[in-house]
Design a protein around this ligand. Structure first.
Ligand code: DOR
Ligand code: ZN
Length: 425
């Protein structure tokens, strides 16, 4: 194993120091370190963060390897500063058995660019009718702890209750895609002024809020852990605020796009802006930003959703919902919150690692800690060119936008996955 001496780096915004990585761990920090055998990385002006952890990534393998593979998605993640991602279960076949989650887990290990932690489906085939084999997935080599039908809501309250009861035994989590399906039939975008003007069927905020309200009550009743995926409305924030005040075991995520982009983007009819839940209003964005800063929303998760050209570059109504996120998330966080490094480390690494139970991730670089970390150049600005992304898909909503921050290097257990801003393999 190569040793790396990172010179003059600010650890999570602190005073510049040296950081020595040896045998997969942070061996030492302090000024003026020396190590003859180490490769020196000049990191003056750079910030070291604990490697980012994404709780919500769509990798598309098995089934849609034309849109993304475990390997291409892992590379996109590493380039975005991530050292671990949780892979959503809506693949083909669905990750609803021990066999499929083990396959995804093994492909992640073979790619070796980030730790890929599979999420298991809650119901067989995401059909919302019968519980999947949650226990077998938990006991498998993949050690699944988070279950989600993401893309679909577990809308049957009895099934949702059963799922919460089942995972309680091993402190598992049900991650809910909160969307009351009867309220969103035919929906194309956020229901509001813009949808009225465009004549597109709306996806009302209450369809999300009603499910979150129900599920926090179910989680409270069962005493189990609920995680709410991609919270998108001001009303959802209020429901979560009350639930947390009562001590319900609920955590929540917001995506970068819901922190930045409004439903006005739909007026372009460019399907790159079609996503589920849909882009909301400026008032929702303000509430989401405040909630994330306060901790009512716990984390930023990307909902990285790669789609092949034919599924995205078509009429709005036929386009699949979803946007890329892994390679731009940190830049959006910097754009929205500025250099609040402790907040960024908390919301993009420490807390998601804790929710997912990922040992060795989400720990600030310090002696003895596994060297899972990323180096960010906060002064850099870059123009997003879709063709330059490592993802197999091109559906970034930030095409040709200039965004702050650049990932210079990422280390997974002491080995670089990204150096000089480029993937190592
Ligand atoms: O926009 C979305 N895309 N939302 C989801 O819930 C699923 C995802 C996908 O799989 O493409
Ligand atoms: Zn979802």
């Amino acid at each position: 194993m190569t040793a790396y001496l990172i010179r003059s780096v600010s650890i999570v915004g602190g005073e510049p120091t040296d950081l020595l990585i040896r045998d997969g761990v942070v061996a030492e920090t302090g000024r003026g370190l020396a190590a003859d055998d180490a490769t020196v990385v000049d990191a003056s002006g750079l910030v070291a963060l604990p490697g980012l952890v994404d709780l919500h990534t769509h990798l598309r393998e098995p089934g849609r390897e034309d849109a993304e593979t475990v390997e291409s998605g892992s590379r996109a993640a590493a380039l975005g500063g991530y050292t671990a991602v949780c892979a959503m279960a809506n693949t083909s076949p669905v990750a609803d058995t021990a066999g499929v989650v083990e396959q995804v887990w093994r492909l992640g290990r073979e790619a070796g660019l980030v730790d890929v932690q599979p999420i298991g489906a809650v119901t067989v085939g995401l059909a919302g009718e019968r519980l999947a084999e949650l226990g077998a997935m938990a006991d498998s080599a993949a050690g699944v702890r988070i279950f989600s039908d993401d893309g679909h809501c577990v809308s049957d309250p009895r099934l949702m209750r059963r799922a919460l009861e089942y995972v309680k035994a091993f402190d598992g989590v049900i991650a809910q895609h909160a969307e009351e399906p009867r309220l969103t039939e035919g929906a194309q975008m956020h229901e509001g002024e813009v949808s009225t003007r465009l004549g597109l069927t709306g996806w009302p905020a209450v369809a999300e809020e009603a499910i979150i309200a129900r599920d926090v009550l179910l989680a409270e009743h069962v005493g189990s852990r609920l995680h709410v995926c991609h919270v998108s409305t001001a009303g959802s924030v209020e429901v979560l605020r009350q639930a947390k005040a009562r001590g319900v075991r609920v955590t929540a995520e917001v995506t970068p796009h819901h922190l930045l982009l409004t439903d006005e983007r739909a007026a372009s009819y460019d399907p790159v802006f079609k996503v589920n839940p849909p882009l909301r209003t400026a008032a929702d964005i303000a509430a989401l930003r405040e909630a994330l800063a306060e901790g009512v929303i716990d984390i930023i998760a990307t909902d990285h959703a790669p789609h092949a050209v034919e599924d995205k570059e078509c009429e709005w109504a036929y386009a699949r919902p979803g946007m890329l996120g892994l390679e731009t998330a940190l830049s959006i966080a910097l754009d929205v919150f500025g250099p609040r490094w402790d907040l960024i480390a908390e919301r993009m690494s420490r807390t998601p690692a804790r929710i997912a139970g990922l040992a060795g991730h989400g720990l600030d670089p310090a002696p003895g800690v596994p060297a899972n970390l990323t180096l960010v150049d906060p002064a850099a600005r870059r123009v997003i060119e879709p063709a330059e992304l490592a993802s197999r898909s091109r559906n970034t909503p930030y095409a040709r936008m200039t965004l702050p921050g650049r990932i210079v290097a990422t280390f997974l257990r002491g080995e670089p996955t990204v150096l000089d801003g480029k993937a190592v393999k």
